[in-house]
Write a protein that binds this ligand. Structure first.
Ligand SMILES: NC(=O)c1ccc[n+]([C@@H]2O[C@H](COP(=O)([O-])OP(=O)(O)OC[C@H]3O[C@@H](n4cnc5c(N)ncnc54)[C@H](O)[C@@H]3O)[C@@H](O)[C@H]2O)c1
Length: 456
């Protein structure tokens, strides 16, 4: 029997061993999901502190409860290690390492290169390698195949190779690994089939496409779609401001159309490890083919300009009260890039803090999920949102709409609020509220509707 046939049987009877390289936001949920389906999983990471936490049954990813990790570790279905020699024991290997941008905003594929090197060191017939890290179209075939075949093994005959984009949405309680359809595209039909069969163990719907590059492009379309639509509505916010309109009201009205319109909300920009970065992998690749991905670049420009726009709004709001940004005390609410998560990567809040400081403001932040954050060479420690703290600031900027913030009380107690997320209930405003666009809302000082510290 050929080695890939043996692998097919192991996948069918679930006796295959699954290796996951990179146990972060993507890799850890994947590893735990397969272990829960009875597959033996070995997780690999270069970060020894993560391995130690997992071995002790602890989790550092909010979407993965520690109890689930502990159960799988105890049952012997999930082991985490820094010993990459054990990759040779794995039948299927997913690579889930970061794919950031370099300083010049080009793809930084050094993490995928290092992971590929680890895989190649112990590559043997009957292994299937699946890249899950988001990348440019063509990378799986151009970047992983040559070193794998340098060993003398042939993709599609001795080993499998595929790309399957990860669609995890941190903090999303409705869609997880099981019920989010998964796209797979192999280097050759055999690799596609093997990886699709493998993912069906833990994912309800697996969509096969004709090539790894088609799967890579599908992922980039998904994230470029979000980036472009967010940029569109962000620019509409700036247009609305010139027109004296509130963009949220306008989007809300447009969204009543039951067909042909999908509502995106304007805000302080995009953040996280995906939306601000992935489309630039696409534009980089297209540049090598002498094509300029105009939508991608324009969306990037608009989204990157939003933190500066929000800070200009703060300056305008202070100006209306005969105050300057310079010397004012400004509290930024939320440094995570989106609501209810602890991830601060590429967060627009950090840019807001930077621009405020450049304008001479004294800044602080509050975030129930982030106790401390380091950005642009400074370390900030979070403060609370109690009444006394709120009273100590000239302005409050809402950058992230975490549900745990006591919005009613913030509305009532903060003197001046610039709300980039539409999180502050207008009916409770005690001072002045400046939405992302349009005229300010003046409140009448009234008692807080809920006791201090109570969440909405
Ligand atoms: N976070 C998301 O919401 C999300 C969603 C979809 C796709 N993705 C993509 O998935 C990939 C991983 O993202 P993430 O958010 O999980 O990143 P992450 O930083 O949370 O996790 C990556 C992990 O890889 C480890 N690592 C780095 N180099 C390694 C190596 N050579 N060998 C083994 N481990 C190594 C790191 O220590 C870290 O634990 C990226 O390509 C990202 O674009 C992320």
């Amino acid at each position: 029997m050929d080695a890939l046939k043996t692998l097919e049987t192991k996948i069918r009877d679930r006796s295959c061993t699954y290796g996951v390289i990179g146990l972060g936001y993507v890799g850890l949920p994947l590893a735990v999901a397969f272990a829960q389906r009875g597959v033996k999983v070995i997780g690999f990471d270069v970060d020894a502190s993560k391995i130690a936490a997992l071995a002790a049954g602890r989790s550092y990813i909010p979407d993965v409860p520690a109890a689930e990790v502990a159960t799988e570790v105890k049952a012997g279905r999930f082991t985490a290690t820094t010993d990459f020699g054990r990759l040779g024991d794995c039948d299927v290997i997913s690579i889930c390492v970061p794919t950031p941008l370099s300083k010049s905003r080009d793809p930084d594929v050094s993490f995928v290169a290092a992971a590929t090197e680890s895989v190649v060191r112990t590559l043997r017939p009957g292994q299937l390698v699946v890249l899950e890290s988001t990348t440019y179209p063509g990378m799986t075939e151009e970047f992983l195949r040559p070193p794998m075949e340098k060993t003398g093994l042939v993709v599609g005959r001795d080993v499998g190779l595929a790309f399957s984009p990860e669609r995890v949405d941190p903090g999303n309680a409705k869609y997880g690994i099981k019920n989010t359809p998964k796209v797979v595209g192999g280097v050759g039909a055999r690799s596609t089939k093997l990886s699709a069969d493998f993912y069906r163990i833990a994912v309800e719907t697996v969509v096969e496409v004709s090539s790894a590059a088609a799967a890579e492009m599908a992922k980039l379309l998904e994230n470029t779609f979000r980036s472009v639509n967010i940029a569109l509505v962000n620019e509409v916010a700036i247009m609305c401001d010139r027109l004296g309109l509130d963009v949220r009201e306008v989007v809300g009205a447009a969204a009543t159309k039951p067909f042909g319109f999908m509502a995106f909300q304007a805000g302080p920009g995009t953040g996280g490890h995906c939306i601000p970065l992935d489309p630039l992998y696409l534009s980089w690749k297209l540049r090598t083919l002498e094509y300029r991905a105009r939508f991608v670049e324009l969306a990037d420009d608009v989204n990157l300009s939003m933190p500066r726009y929000v800070v200009s709004r703060v300056a305008t709001a202070l100006n209306e009260e005969r105050r300057a940004l310079k010397g004012s005390r400004v509290l930024v609410l939320g440094v995570a890039y989106k609501r209810d998560v602890d991830d601060t990567r590429e967060s627009p809040s950090l840019e807001i803090l930077r621009h405020l400081e450049e304008g001479g403001a004294e800044v602080a932040y509050a975030d129930p999920y982030v106790a401390e954050v380091t950005a642009h060479g400074r370390t900030y420690k979070g403060v609370g949102t109690d009444d006394a703290t709120l009273a100590g600031f000239d302005a409050v900027v809402v950058a992230t709409d975490h549900r745990a913030f006591p919005w009613d009380r913030i509305a009532a107690k903060a003197r001046l609020i610039v709300d980039s997320r539409g999180a502050v209930p207008r009916e409770h405003v005690g001072g002045t509220l400046w939405p992302l666009s349009g005229p300010p809302v003046h409140g009448v000082a009234k008692p807080a509707p809920k006791p201090a510290g109570a969440a909405r």
